[in-house]
Design a protein around this ligand. Structure first.
Ligand code: NAD
Length: 490
């Protein structure tokens, strides 16, 4: 029987950047994509500089002005994007293996979650677009005021490595559905699935130039997009530090629209009346260990009322046995390698700081060979510790004891970030009251909620800026509102 490693070995990998419908093969400036489990080089891609970015942006502008995409009836764009979603599902196994190989994500997750969710997100936005109406303003009978939404024009998307396909879909779906032309820069560790989707988009009927992919390094290719005078909007998912840079670049150049989805330090709050501790432990293990904790909404802090503390810590520790570590291309693996050596060192460094600052290791606390990292639970964590405040982006959760429900919610809010939160209570009044008090873009009550494609996703505070992904609200970042005022007596 063929293993996923056999399938990976037989894959025809994307061979360059994809600009204006053409492959740009690697030239003098290249970078490597590595398999984080074996360390082997799997692809060498062009490190695009300003000339390549200029070409992609010019092609996007040309296609936008020509109306080959922006000028289609929304139902025509819907048809083509739904065909792309179908093609993604048709190539599900190939895309899942590509994603796993490149990012270190367990192949079972890629097959069961990432690929179908990618197709779903693209289809959702495509399906929505031909059901939206514009508005007419109140006016005297001799005038008509139209309030219309128009595509913003040329959109740049800069993507992270943790959910390469899904983050692409969250940007591509609404950007293309609303009629824009798009230039995508995937993260340097994980370009392959984006390139394959761009190829499938051409096959689905997206015209050349409407969706280009420039591969390359953040400080060069990403920066060139952020500073480009002919990019009308930039949408970004990644770290808060890079998000700030992109905002600065936009301010210093053409004041392009900016939407930033950034880091998180999301808390799960377990109130005094919470029951079903085993269930909570299972949900919270998933909320931190899924995707190796390389998840912006990972619940990396648990704040638990003192009456529930000991039971919860024991139940959570028992959960770690279910998280098998190993080769991301083994079907049974739930925790693959961390994405890179640099990232592994960052995670290890923060875990060591946690130990040095007096937190108690309940389970895990170290690497497990190569770039694998043990699922790790810290207890006795206080709000001053680095592991309480800083995003670790690994399979590491800190548990903090609170004396009261009020203190638990206050501790949850004691963070520079505000992406997501989880709340456990059986009391409907507390559920509503505390869900409103939690300063986060998404609050899951009695469930870990990453959100659904139909609901907006984004962060408060240093987690988000300028708009939301997902839901119809995502269309705001890719459209401009225009007023057209017509004097009927004129
Ligand atoms: P990162 O910020 O290092 O990189 C993200 C992207 O930005 C990459 O494509 C990178 O090449 C590019 N980049 C780097 N420097 C740049 C620059 N100067 N100008 C323009 N682009 C530049 O983030 P990462 O390490 O890839 O991803 C992890 C981070 O992403 C975490 O902080 C995580 O919380 C966040 N994230 C947020 C969400 C969300 O929706 N809020 C989702 C997933 C990940």
């Amino acid at each position: 029987m063929k293993t996923y490693r056999d399938i990976a070995a037989a894959l025809a990998l994307p061979r360059g950047a994809l600009i204006d419908g053409d492959w740009l093969e690697p030239g003098a400036d290249t970078f490597a994509s590595l398999d984080p489990f074996t360390g082997a080089e799997i692809a060498r891609l062009p490190a695009c500089g300003l000339p390549e970015v200029d070409r992609a942006v010019a092609a996007a502008r040309r296609s936008f002005e020509a109306g080959v995409w922006s000028g289609l009836h929304p139902a025509e764009r819907k048809g083509i994007l739904c065909r792309l979603a179908d093609l993604i599902l048709h190539h599900a196994e190939e895309l899942a293996v590509l994603e796993a190989l490149d990012a270190g994500k367990p192949v079972a997750d890629c097959l069961g979650i990432d690929v179908p969710e990618t197709a779903k997100a693209i289809r959702w936005h495509a399906e929505a677009q031909d059901k939206l109406y514009d508005q007419i303003a109140p006016s005297a009978p001799n005038a008509v005021g139209l309030i219309v939404r128009e595509p913003v024009g040329v959109v740049a998307a800069v993507l992270p490595w943790n959910f390469p396909l899904m983050m692409l879909a969250w940007k591509l779906g609404p950007a293309l559905a609303t009629g824009n032309s798009l230039v995508v820069k995937p993260a340097e560790n994980t370009s392959l699935s984006t390139l394959r989707v761009a190829e499938l988009a051409l096959e689905a009927g997206v015209p050349p130039g409407v969706f280009s992919v420039v591969t390359g390094l953040g400080g060069v290719t990403g920066e060139a997009l952020a500073r480009h005078m002919d990019v009308d909007a930039i949408t970004f998912t990644g770290s808060t530090a890079v998000g700030r840079r992109i905002l600065e670049a936009a301010a210093q150049t053409n004041l392009k629209e900016v939407c930033l989805e950034m880091g998180g330090k999301s808390a799960a709050v377990v109130l005094s009346d919470a029951d079903q501790i085993e269930r909570i432990a299972a949900i919270q293990a998933n909320a931190i260990f899924w995707n190796m904790g390389e998840n912006c909404t990972a619940n990396s802090r648990i704040i638990v009322h003192k009456d529930r503390h000991d039971d919860l810590v024991a139940a959570l520790a028992a959960q770690t046995a279910d998280w098998a570590l190993g080769d991301q291309l083994d079907e049974g693996t739930r925790l693959g390698p961390l994405v890179s050596d640099t990232h592994f060192k960052k995670v290890t460094g923060l875990v060591d700081r946690g130990k040095a600052q007096g937190a108690r290791v309940v389970t895990g606390g170290q690497g497990a060979g190569g770039l694998l990292f043990q699922p790790t639970i810290f207890a006795d964590v206080s709000a001053e510790m680095d592991i309480f405040q800083q995003e670790i982006f690994g399979p590491v959760v800190s548990v903090t004891k609170a004396d009261s429900d009020e203190e638990a919610v206050a501790l949850a809010n004691q963070s520079d970030y505000g992406l997501a939160a989880t709340l456990y209570t059986r009391d409907i009044g507390k559920a509503h009251r505390y869900a409103r008090k939690l300063r986060a873009g998404t609050v899951g009550v009695n469930a870990y909620s990453e959100g659904e494609i139909s609901t907006p996703f984004g962060g408060f505070k240093a987690s988000g800026f300028g708009g939301r992904d997902n839901g119809i609200h995502a269309h705001d970042q890719y459209t401009e509102l225009k007023t057209i005022w017509i004097d009927l007596d004129g």
